[in-house]
Design a protein around this ligand. Structure first.
Ligand code: 5GP
Length: 115
């Protein structure tokens, strides 16, 4: 069996995290090194590696991550002010943890394009 990813270990409560939301399909917790006043990570419990490895059977889970972004934005009170969602994919995408995750950045104006 493949070794668990860092985020799988957080999902399984083997590593602590500041969890703010959980349901059957995903977990949302605060990033340990925040890049904005609010920096959340939404992680599917199924260890999909990255978008480039997602399968047709993952469609519902992928859609669920975006609807969870809406849910936590409302829960945390920044839905109307706005926020950024980011998924880093592979080496050129800046991905560090090979377990799909949606970054949610909020609490300040963002610039575009990113570096
Ligand atoms: P990536 O670069 O793979 O898109 O993002 C990985 C993110 O995971 C980074 O923003 C990093 O700060 C965050 N991170 C790395 N290790 C931990 C950890 O142990 N706990 C939490 N909560 N976040 C982590």
């Amino acid at each position: 069996m493949a070794e668990k990813t860092l985020f799988q270990k957080i999902c399984d409560r083997e590593i602590p995290a500041d969890i703010i939301y959980e349901d059957d399909l995903c977990l949302c917790f605060r990033d340990i090194n925040p890049q904005a006043p609010v920096h959340l990570l939404i992680v599917p419990k199924k260890a999909i590696v990255r978008i480039a490895r997602a399968e047709a059977e993952d469609q519902a889970t992928l859609g669920h991550l975006l609807l969870t972004a809406r849910k936590v934005a409302e829960q945390e009170g920044f839905a109307e002010a706005g926020f950024r969602t980011v998924i880093n994919n592979g080496p050129h995408g800046g991905e560090e943890v090979p377990h799909l995750h949606l970054h949610i950045l909020a609490g300040r104006p963002m610039t575009w394009p990113p570096g």
